[in-house]
Write a protein that binds this ligand. Structure first.
Ligand SMILES: Cc1ncc(COP(=O)(O)O)c(C=O)c1O
Length: 414
């Protein structure tokens, strides 16, 4: 519900005072004086993670050495951490495991799903999906003799037919923040006999997800965005319980074996979700992610979603009020029901504009060719952040300060 215009900073301060999630912000280690609106790219660091990792390094590794695989419970960390993510995505603990990266998990489930659909030769994807989803699907198509067919997002339902083996979609689009109706699309795909792979990179930890309720088949997602697992954190993979016995994933490493420590010659897939594992888990990354997930303990995901919607709605309302005539256009859906937890704006000089905004201490990011992207993480973004960030953007645009060589020169990571 829009607040009555014109908005003032006091409106936002009042919302912060009433925010049921307000206390969790202090449990993150964030630079003072800066506003971080890029948790959809790299989540902020929960303040307790360094102590946990220091313990892992100095005690469990340095002193425990190889014994820690057993004594410090390193070995079951992928299952344990997957179980914690399961609650956030509407799955059972035995359907989710942490492993590898999103790209690699996509490869594993796309091949496995294709193998479950003999006689069907189309992988249906969307134009404008995150590149790795398209690149991996094209690699899988080549490997399995399928055709990768990509359509515009609003053509997906019409493109579902009995040729389609797999529908591969990202729940919330990385660039526009547009969100698919997971339940409706999954139901339609099942009607034509297709299986669906959902990429949850931009939704896990940002909103309630109900994979089981939607009868979802497969899902993948990363640990370093809204789950705050740290740079390059391992990813997760979900397989519906009903499919697990039928999944033959292509990366048949020893940790996916039924009895890895028998060291037998022949591969035999583990009977559980463990068959999605490949090799030795990146322990430091998993243990950091596991610790970071404590930030979600006791958090009602619907309360988190309500705040996410309010942050995005208010950001849009303020942009309408304060940026009119400054060359900015909304590129995310106005309707919250069709949106994730980010707002994207287009501007002809988006790259230097974002650099100038960052120089003022408001950190968002740029996506080619012309998108200013602002991600809202309800666990650590405040309402006043919305007011202050739009003021910074307005000042950058009005002053033209972005038009300077230091902001125009492209860095390698945008
Ligand atoms: C939708 C989506 N899928 C996948 C990835 C990245 O995959 P990986 O962690 O393998 O680099 C991203 C990264 O931003 C993404 O937005």
């Amino acid at each position: 519900m829009p607040l009555s215009a014109p908005l003032t900073r006091e409106h936002f301060e009042r919302l912060d005072r009433d925010d049921p999630l307000g206390a969790s912000r202090a449990r993150f280690d964030l630079p003072t004086g800066e506003i971080y609106l890029d948790g959809n790219s790299l989540g902020a660091m929960p303040a307790h993670v360094p102590a946990r990792i220091e313990h892992v390094l100095k005690q469990e590794w340095a002193q425990g050495l190889i014994r820690s695989w057993n004594d410090a419970d390193w070995y079951p960390a992928p299952q344990r951490t997957g179980g914690k993510i399961a609650r956030l995505i509407g799955a059972q603990a035995n359907e989710v495991i942490v492993a590898d990266s999103t790209s690699i998990n996509l490869f594993k489930v796309l091949v496995a799903a294709t193998r479950m659909q003999p006689g069907r030769k189309v992988i249906l994807g969307e134009r404008g999906n995150f590149p790795t989803d398209v690149y991996v699907a094209s690699g899988v198509a080549e490997l399995t003799g399928c055709e990768l067919r990509c359509v515009e997002p609003d053509e997906v339902l019409a493109a579902l037919n009995d040729e389609v083996a797999i529908l591969s979609l990202t729940h919330v689009n990385y660039k526009s923040g547009r969100r698919y109706d997971m339940a409706a699309i999954t139901a339609r795909a099942h009607e034509v006999g297709a299986l669906v792979v959902w990429d949850l990179c931009h939704s896990a930890g940002a909103m309630p997800i109900d994979l089981n309720g939607a009868q979802a088949d497969f899902a993948v997602g990363c640990g370093y965005k809204y789950l705050n697992g740290g740079p390059g954190a391992p990813a997760f993979v979900y397989v519906a319980e009903r499919h697990i016995p039928h999944v033959r994933q292509p990366l048949t490493g020893w940790h996916g074996h039924a009895r890895p420590f028998d060291f037998t010659h022949d591969y035999e897939a583990h009977p559980t979700i463990d068959r999605l594992l490949v090799g030795t888990a990146p322990q430091l990354g998993i243990l950091a992610l596991e610790a970071a997930l404590e930030m979600f303990d006791g958090v009602d995901m619907q309360v988190l979603r309500n705040k996410s919607v309010a942050l995005c709605d208010l950001f849009i309302q303020l942009c309408d009020e304060q940026l009119a005539g400054l060359g900015v256009e909304l590129r995310s859906p106005r309707d919250a029901a069709q949106r994730g937890s980010q707002v994207s704006l287009a501007h002809a000089n988006a790259y230097p504009v974002m650099q100038a905004v960052i120089a003022r201490g408001v950190i968002g990011d740029f996506r080619a060719p012309d998108i200013l992207r602002f991600g809202f993480a309800p666990l650590y973004n405040s309402y006043v952040n919305i007011w202050d960030s739009v003021q910074a953007l307005r000042e950058v645009l009005e002053s033209g300060e972005w038009d300077s060589p230091e902001f125009i020169a492209r860095k390698s990571v945008t």
